[in-house]
Ligand binder design. Structure first.
Ligand SMILES: [Zn+2]
Length: 259
């Protein structure tokens, strides 16, 4: 029985907890206490930790979690930046995680070491993507290290996954991203619908995540550079012609950085 839980940490991070009912895996535990609380409440055995990139709000809790579980594997990018990683991974690697088959997607953009984990669908559940800070609900991560070209490549890879894939993003930024998305594409009716739905969830204290790839394809401007309305908006913002999907994504990212 799958349990996929966004565990709130810091002000707006989610540590993702994944469990088969007995064993549990944590994705990007930036701090140990909320993760431990989840494990204890559900009487789960921590079996492994998965890391998407080196930022401290994604790895800060690993050491403390290993204290009581020193033998568990810590999966992460194959760079030397994360000292606690014991299973270094690169793009294209596949491995088994309990009942799941996992494919590693190298998605350098937000950081150069960034990887995402795609758990293939099975008879009981859709695919699951742990995308870290590459994609957010209705938005995407800032480009601290990578280029717009790399972001475009990363997002194109996500777009090839099945539309029902559960998108497990690492921050609760959906409402503020939707405000930006509406500015960029005011004629997109799906945006207004999503805004209302997500607002209700937040008012009830619920996460807006996971979303699905289908929802993101319909409402996330960074996955919609083909939209004529977005193309016009990008041109207005840049005060120049913006030709091609990569240039539109670059313009949107710059616009969002100043929004
Ligand atoms: Zn980050």
């Amino acid at each position: 029985m799958l349990d996929l839980t966004p565990i709130p940490s810091f002000t707006d991070n989610y540590i993702w907890g994944l469990s088969d009912g007995q064993q549990a895996w944590l994705i990007d535990p930036g701090e140990a206490a909320p993760a431990r609380q989840w494990l204890q409440t559900h009487k789960l055995d921590l079996t492994g930790i998965l890391i998407t990139h080196h930022h401290s709000d994604h790895i800060g809790g690993v050491q403390a979690l290993l204290h009581h579980n020193p033998k568990i594997p810590v999966y992460g990018p194959d760079t030397s930046k994360i000292k606690t990683v014991t299973v270094p991974l690169k793009d294209g690697t596949e491995f088994n995680l309990g009942p799941w088959r996992v494919a590693v997607l190298g998605v350098p953009a937000h950081t150069l070491d960034h990887i995402a984990y795609y758990l293939a669908p099975n008879a009981e559940q859709p695919g699951i993507l742990f995308c870290g800070d590459t994609l957010f609900g209705a938005g995407c991560g800032r480009l601290f290290e990578g280029s717009p070209k790399q972001l475009h490549q990363a997002l194109k890879r996500f777009k090839t996954l099945p539309p029902e894939t559960l998108m497990c993003c690492a921050h609760e930024y959906t409402l503020s991203n939707l405000a930006f998305a509406q500015q960029v594409e005011p004629g997109n009716r799906k945006l207004q619908e999503r805004q209302q739905q997500e607002q209700c969830k937040r008012e009830a204290g619920l996460p807006t995540l996971p979303s699905t790839l289908a929802v993101e394809l319909a409402t996330n401007p960074f996955l919609r550079p083909h939209s004529p309305e977005i193309q016009v908006s990008a041109k207005h913002y840049a005060k120049a012609d913006v030709i091609g999907e990569e240039a539109i994504i670059a313009t949107l990212r710059q616009w969002k950085d100043n929004f």
